[in-house]
Design a protein around this ligand. Sequence first.
Ligand code: MLT
Ligand code: ZN
Length: 474
Amino acid sequence: MTARPALPPRLLRDLRAAAGDEHVIDDPELLASYEVDWTRRFTGRAAAVVRPGSTDEVAEVLSACNHAGVPLVPQGGNTGLVGGSVPRNGEVVLSLARLAGLEAVDPVAAQVTAGAGVTITQLQEHAAAAGLQYPVDLASRDSATVGGTIATNAGGIRVLRYGATRARLSGVEAVLADGSTVSRMSGLTKDNTGYELPQLFAGSEGTLAVVTRARLQLAPATPARATALLAMDDTDAALAVLQRVRPLLAGILDAAEAFFHEGVELVCRHTGIQPPFAESPGCYLLIECAAQSDPSTTLAEALAQCPEVRDSAFAVDAPSRRALWRYREAHTESINAEGIPHKLDVTLPLPALPEFEATVRDRVRAAVPAARPILFGHLGDGNLHVNILGPEPGDDRATDAVLRLVASKGGSISAEHGIGIAKAPWLHLTRSAADIAAMQALKRALDPAGILNPGVIFGASREMPGATGHNKTA
Ligand code: MLT
Ligand code: ZN
């Protein structure tokens, strides 16, 4: 771990004037929780943490840092998985947690305005109280925030029906690197007035602007749910089932998730729950339908058309459904309990996915013989999470093998987690030189001093004055 650099005294004074003394933290003990990511793989030193309480305060903080040439790392719930929300090199951590305002739901437009620090659970509960839903949903919902999920264009378990975060974005308020504020919060459905900045900021991982508030599109509530956990021979069979049931479940298919023996074994060991089936199948497929009225008959009838289903468990009431989801959602915590994972979040064209799934474990072990690959993911989106236990945090041989395999099959090296610093060295695998140059031109135009999340997406973090090094993987 590198030494902690001190901020220029004038900047420290400016940050305190902007956010208030009590919201500028430089006590090393209090900084610790901001300096390590959820997986513990990425860690570094922060010069300080600043916690502004309004868009205007964020603007003052950015203006001061831009003037001083001191970089910032924006941080929401710190649930990111690619090292993009923790300091690397003595940056200032800009915590958006205090931007927790949640306005009344507009029932006519089915929209709501939320601060960047609102958690997804808070937003979901707020929408539900108004008889609507916020349909972006992910296992980290209790900590992940509106701002963080916009910055990463988070996906989650319902993308196949509702799209990723970007599809929910009616507008944003955001502060640019120089401290100026752009606001597109009118919530208009049609507004072709120049470049669509909210969409540009979605997925920009805090490198182009800091989102402080968002206008979000809600969806009608779907209180009735039915969930089936299916045992399949392999991923080919799971995809065949998905293909067959999709038209039969049109408009009510909410999730189609896949996982495998290695993950269920780990989940059962870690949580103490029993395996769902007497025999472990080649592939588990979890399907959920949601509607205004009970979708269980439609789901059961659709599954009755599928000879590929070897065994099944069906749930309608909330506790039983939660019990089935536990096999899927406990993957992340169970893997983390076992060690510090390398987390590779990739998408494949659906026809290429079965062969990828059948091959990738061998590729991982060929690169690092002691490595333990654990796969799960959002089958409906062609999105697999390749988790690798075993290699040291800084050993990228297995990562390299997996990402090259993905690229060779026409996939993407990031489906929903972003590039962060974890995958920056492989950006060129699935983005052309012209593509990268265009993205870098945008970055230079909006952040000429390079103060916003340096090193993220493009790599090569710039040195901060006074810093003594860069610690990518601790
Ligand atoms: C998930 O699908 O559960 C999330 O992407 C988290 C993870 O990949 O561990
Ligand atoms: Zn996921």
